[in-house]
Design a protein around this ligand. Structure first.
Ligand SMILES: [Zn+2]
Length: 299
């Protein structure tokens, strides 16, 4: 089962943070991090796995282009706001599905490809591969880049892929930022999606790092975006070669797996592009259906 208690998920996060500091792959990433030109490579750390949803593992076939629902800062009077942050933003009491980080969905033989850091110059090539294979995926996108690639973004939306908010500017250490800063990063991208007539119901933190406190998840809840991690890392951000990327996925896949890949965030995604057809065919040969996460969220 894909169940890791919340307390353990925090332990995983701490462990990941420690190892992340020591891993050359993190500090030695050749990709720029945090610049305006490139939102930065994802340097994943520990990601907790949320209990599978009771919903059917069969993915929704509905397109991501659900009617827009602008979600400005604190626009949603959902749960009781009982925990004001030190700087004053009233945060909701943490409740499912926002209390843990989603790393898998359901228990059926379904796998969920996710692509981070776009839209970018190679996103359309990823879309071409997916379209040729008849696959829909989940795109975790950097808000500040949406306007730079309007045609690409329209293809993502019209292709029925699920949208995931990946912050506005992909800042490092977002998890330790003040709640107001986190909220600005999330809500601004939600507003950018709304301007395109769509809504995202997921948020993947930069570097997959949701931190050691509840603040980031509480801000997710405020914006009604499910914290999204992954349970299978293709490690394409390390550029280990296409064959290794394929092997990383096929050796670790499990029912309900959310698989991390990248369509942008670095100047060259040729390895990801080269690996993707074999990732898809390999997963299908292993009996997996590939699907986007439910566009309307989980839980
Ligand atoms: Zn990223």
């Amino acid at each position: 089962m894909l169940v890791i208690p919340l307390s353990l998920s925090i332990v995983v996060g701490v462990s990941g943070l420690l190892t992340g500091c020591a891993q050359p792959a993190v500090s030695g990433s050749p990709e720029p991090v945090g610049t305006s030109a490139e939102p930065g490579a994802t340097t994943p750390r520990g990601t907790a796995i949320r209990a599978p949803s009771s919903a059917s593992p069969t993915a929704s076939s509905s397109p991501a282009s659900t009617p827009a629902t602008p979600q400005g800062p604190a626009a949603t009077p959902s749960a009781a706001t009982t925990a004001p942050s030190p700087t004053g933003l009233a945060l909701p009491a943490l409740a499912p599905p926002y209390d843990t980080v989603l790393g898998g969905h359901g228990s059926g033989r379904v796998a969920y490809l996710s692509f981070d850091d776009g839209p970018g110059p190679q996103t359309e090539k990823i879309l071409d591969v997916l379209a040729a294979a008849g696959v829909q995926a989940t795109f975790c996108q950097v808000g500040s880049r949406l306007a730079d690639y309007p045609d690409t973004e329209r293809r993502v939306i019209d292709g029925g892929h699920t949208l995931c908010n990946h912050s506005w500017s992909h800042p490092a250490k977002l998890d330790t930022a003040p709640a107001e800063g986190i909220n600005a990063e999330i809500s601004r991208t939600q507003q950018a999606f709304a301007a395109l007539g769509v809504t995202s119901h997921y948020f993947r933190a930069p570097d997959g790092d949701f931190g050691q406190t509840t603040t980031l998840r509480q801000v997710c809840q405020l914006n009604q975006v499910v914290p999204l991690g992954w349970s299978v890392d293709s490690l394409d951000w390390k550029k280990p070669g296409a064959k290794a990327i394929v092997a990383n996925v096929l050796s670790a896949v499990h029912p309900g797996a959310v698989i991390l890949m990248h369509d942008a965030g670095g100047a060259d995604r040729s390895q990801t592009l080269a690996a993707l057809p074999d990732v898809i065919s390999g997963l299908r040969s292993a009996g997996y259906t590939l699907a986007p996460l439910p566009a309307g969220g989980v839980g």
